[in-house]
Design a protein around this ligand. Structure first.
Ligand code: ZN
Length: 266
């Protein structure tokens, strides 16, 4: 999602409306115009917005510059390798710490999905705060031994459907792969066959990555979170299980940190 701010002027608003193909909308929450990533992926809109930015002498932060050079694919299916399931921020951090990260991400996105620009809707059809999704990279790092490292690269606000695309394995278990395909088609403008090719790629990556034990690198959050057992926010694969897991209701670390004399939480 692109966030665009400029001094108030009705003529400029109209220019932005034209440049964005009518896709820019005012966010009262952000006090700025926002354009969803799906619109920015359209080459005509992208060049229109780049022209508008040049006219207005707007400067873009690096993330926005990245979006203006998008190749057209805004969302790909993903599937976390088996060894890291549940070993995520929600499992590692206290409830309050996690809320302190995820809620500002949703608010900064104006309460809508950063990929499709739509509000998040739960199973009962009610509008809810977008989910905060962790973006990861999986890389081999050279050293005295080759390390497999899962690195947190950022947090993004996603609606329920875009979030489902990021957890293809969960979608398969739930019998919801058709929704994943439909969303990939909708946001990327893909054919059915193109979406299927992406699912096959995600499954191949899953098979490959599941063969490794992954270290965890959370250093992008340095200064924003504290993990007592991993002050440098880097955790070797063998120690990840001690940090807590969102699939388990009572992580070891939190239990270990309870005040002396207090009973263990049940
Ligand atoms: Zn979405």
């Amino acid at each position: 999602m692109l966030v665009i701010r400029f001094p108030y002027d009705p003529a400029h608003n109209e220019r932005l409306r034209q440049a964005s193909g009518g896709r820019a909308r005012w966010s009262q929450h952000l006090r700025a115009f926002i354009v969803p990533v799906t619109a920015v992926a359209d080459p005509a809109i992208r060049s229109g917005l780049a022209g508008f930015a040049a006219e207005q002498r707007l400067t873009a932060d690096p993330a926005a510059r990245g979006q203006l050079s998008l190749t057209g694919v805004v969302l790909r299916a993903d599937m976390l390798p088996t060894g890291v399931w549940g070993s995520n921020l929600r499992g590692i951090l206290s409830r309050d710490q996690w809320a302190g990260l995820r809620i500002p991400v949703a608010e900064a996105a104006g309460g809508v999905c950063e990929i499709c620009g739509k509000p998040s809707v739960n199973d009962e059809g009610r509008k809810v705060r977008p989910d905060c999704h962790e973006r990861w990279s999986f890389d081999m790092r050279p050293g005295s031994v080759l390390l497999a490292v899962q690195t947190l690269t950022g947090l993004i606000a996603l609606c329920k459907v875009c979030h489902l695309v990021q957890h293809l394995g969960f979608a398969e278990v739930q019998g919801r792969v058709a929704e994943v395909i439909e969303q990939l088609r909708a946001v990327n403008g893909w054919t059915y066959a193109e979406a299927r090719v992406d699912l096959d790629r995600a499954r191949r990556e899953f098979d490959y990555r599941s063969a490794f034990s992954w270290d965890l690198d959370l250093t992008v959050l340095r200064g924003r979170i504290a993990v007592p057992t991993a002050p440098d926010l880097y955790v070797a694969a063998g120690r990840r299980a001690q940090l807590g897991n969102s699939f388990q209701p009572r992580p070891t670390v939190r239990a270990a940190l309870r005040p002396v004399g207090q009973p263990a939480p049940v």
